[in-house]
Design a protein around this ligand. Structure first.
Ligand SMILES: [Zn+2]
Length: 352
């Protein structure tokens, strides 16, 4: 049987070099690509080559002058766009391919050739705003992908869920007034980039279509699986997206040098499992997973493997999500209550 899962990979993504000692290093992808050789993974997925995102694809999300600014970095050994965000000579090319790799995956998913895809790409994207590079991100890959699915495949509603340690400010603001793209995020708070409070809920027609679940340090598998199943899967069954995009950051891994969360490799697998099962129900299993952060190489390798196994329809662990969840029930109850207080108008009936 032909694989129903694809992985977007390409050596160009390792040509983006933000400088020595930068945590967002090419090494991150090297370990993920090595993981693909693991006997439990090898042969179980279709390998997709990315293409460059076109100007019109980027302009659905980014300001034309901003795109020019990023394009101007091409060929220059080092440009600093923000205190954390530096480019090398081929960063622009890598960024075009990172966004374009997501578009290639969307085309294959929508053609029914595959069900889901894991874009193992860099630079990451969720901090990139319409006209601002931030937090290691140049183009907002998931936002470009969501807009492309709507423009080129007639998709009306897209759900973006972001489990990265950090709040995806770029994605949030891009869709803040838009009820057709739901943005949900869990993130360490208060923390970089500063946004993502409970009260940021969207605006105008978009009110209620941004749901933030800010977290103090120390949340682990029980809470993460509980939040995604009880809050976001519940909302998804009501919102009924036709495509699910996951901003997958592995910096919530228990050993990540930038974060204070406690998710294990099994936890990543279980979070993926509950979301994939929900997607099966609401959108025919159409899921794009896009790599965001994650700075501990073991966390990337093991977390990435668990997620990919679940995407391929294999069990990454014998644990049961509901049993794992029980250890964090009180904390998730409190978070759910808070979300319900704030979003009662829109989602009150589905959050139980
Ligand atoms: Zn992050």
């Amino acid at each position: 049987m032909a694989p129903s899962t694809a992985v977007v990979k390409d050596p160009i993504f390792m040509e983006h070099n933000p400088g020595p000692y930068h945590p967002e290093s090419p090494e991150r992808l090297r370990v993920l690509y090595q993981m693909l050789e693991d006997p439990e993974i090898r042969g179980g997925f279709l390998e997709l080559r990315p293409r460059e995102a076109k100007r019109e694809d980027l302009e659905r999300v980014h300001d034309p002058r901003y795109i020019d600014r990023i394009a101007e970095t091409a060929g220059r050994p080092r440009t600093s766009l923000d205190p954390d965000t530096q480019t090398s000579a081929r960063s622009y090319e890598a960024a075009l391919m990172a966004a374009g790799g997501c578009l290639e995956a969307i085309d294959r998913i929508m053609a029914g050739e595959i069900k889901n895809a894991f874009a193992m790409i860099r630079p990451p994207g969720h901090h990139a705003e319409a006209s601002r590079a931030m937090g290691f991100c140049l183009f907002n890959n998931v936002a470009v992908a969501a807009r492309y699915a709507q423009a080129s495949h007639g998709i009306e509603r897209v759900m973006i869920l972001d489990w990265d340690l950090h709040h995806g400010n770029g994605t949030q603001w891009i869709f803040y007034e838009d009820p057709t793209v739901f943005y949900g995020s869990t993130h360490q708070f208060p923390y970089y980039p500063g946004s993502g409070s409970f009260q940021e809920i969207g605006k105008g027609k978009g009110a209620g279509y941004t749901v933030n679940v800010p977290l103090s340090v120390g949340h682990g598998d029980a809470e993460y699986v509980g939040i995604y199943r009880r809050i976001f899967c519940a909302i998804a069954r009501s919102f009924k997206p036709q495509l699910l995009i996951i901003s997958a950051g592995f910096d919530i891994y228990r050993g990540d040098p930038l974060g204070g969360m406690g998710v294990s490799p099994e936890g990543f697998g279980l979070m993926a499992r509950v979301l994939l099962e929900m997607a099966e129900e609401v959108c025919g299993g159409r899921v794009l997973v896009a790599l965001e952060g994650g700075y501990d190489l073991q966390g990337l390798r093991e977390g990435g493997k668990a997620v990919l196994m679940e995407m391929m329809g294999k069990r990454s662990s014998s644990l049961d999500p509901r049993e794992v969840e029980s250890g964090g029930r009180a904390r998730v109850d409190a978070l759910l209550k808070r979300v319900k207080e704030i979003h009662g108008d829109k989602w009150g009936e589905v959050l139980i």
